[in-house]
Ligand binder design. Sequence first.
Ligand SMILES: Cc1ncc(COP(=O)(O)O)c(C=O)c1O
Length: 455
Amino acid sequence: MSEEDLRKLEAEYCSWGDAVHSAEPPKMFESCEGCFLYDPQGTPFLDLQMASATASFGYRNRRLNQTLKEQLDRLPQLGSHYLHSEKIEVSARIAQLCENIFHKKGRVQFNVGGAVAVEDAIKLVRNYTHKNAGFAFMGGYHGRTLAATAITSSYRYRRRYGHFGDRAHFIPYPYCFRCFYGLKREDCGLYCLKQFEKIFDTEYYSFWDSKAGECEFGAFYMEPVQGTGGYVIPPKEYFVGFKKILAERKILLVDDEVQMGFFRTGKFWAIQHLDVVPDIIVFGKALTNGLNPLSGVWATEEIMNPKIFPPGSTHSTYAANPQGTALALEVLRLLDEQDYEKKVTEKGQYFLAQLKELQKKYPKIMGDVDGLGLALRIELCKEDGITPNPELTLRVCQEGLRGDLKKNGKDHGVILNIGGYFKNVFSLSPSFEITKEEIDLAVEFFDRLMQRCVK
Ligand SMILES: Cc1ncc(COP(=O)(O)O)c(C=O)c1O
């Protein structure tokens, strides 16, 4: 069928409710390989976001695709009331890894998609603490089911659909480039952290019962590096004090690693950069290289043991499905065999250095360039170097999708993802297998897009 005919059908029969139309009309793609997507005309697009930060090991990764094919031929499906080895092995590997890192024994369970795994974490918290309410950060994103939007900061995701459960109380994230309090990191003395601690000073600030020594809120849901918020990398000092405040008040820490887990930031879990021990971890996306919507939750033994959290507490037909868990097992083996900490850190440092070099050419407009591992950010601003420039960001993104950047006589495009509190941030999550030449190409293309769009 021609692209034109397909678009007519799409306009008539596809809901747009489940899509994010960042470009109008949305671009169509037909195939992929390595770091590239190909449109129906065969034009290669260098992908700097890799299917919403899922395909960390590259498109059509031979080994992972082969794993899936073999699983299809052996045990492609199984009701979740039975066991298969991959489910057990993946759970054990993740739990043992967490035990090594955090010195806490725990368990793992699965679901399909990040938001529902977040919901499972909410159930775990409610079950363990008997408290419904939670804290979360401004700029945080945890998914779009009703419960996940209750702890996601944007009112836009709730406005039409109302409240189903308790909406979180949102606290400013330590986003130092755009400090909520207008301060500078050099001399702020972590003012935002002090403001957070202050809310527990007296029961009259509404959070704390001084007589019972209890908080009304059971958990704090956080991303160690904000994803949709624009790959905001926080100062480590904040989180050490932050965890102490929570621990002293018996507030659980739920670490949402759906986007940053599995070495995106150069550590297995991004929270390892912050020297903080979580009570619950939520993960998804790169666990299967984006080939299966498997997601999951790790929680300490106290919280997830079967006496406290009995069979049937959560369930999905496809949870722990054999295809997903087989892929996850192979991803974990891959991560074991190679030094991804070194690989991702070195590639990330090289990419960041090239972007910082480019920033010298657009010192105010590329207002902030930062990165941790291969989670990189470019924040576009107006000429004053701070006012967000979402118009330019959108122009650059759409220009990349035109697919007319010449290289070696051939047309190319670039896939950029827009995020950030003001929709003025390119959040880059390239493949871990990206080569030095491809990084150079990405920076060259980005420069050429900027040259076209900056007036
Ligand atoms: C940190 C975080 N949590 C949760 C989610 C929701 O995951 P899903 O879209 O698979 O439901 C996302 C998705 O981008 C995410 O980045």
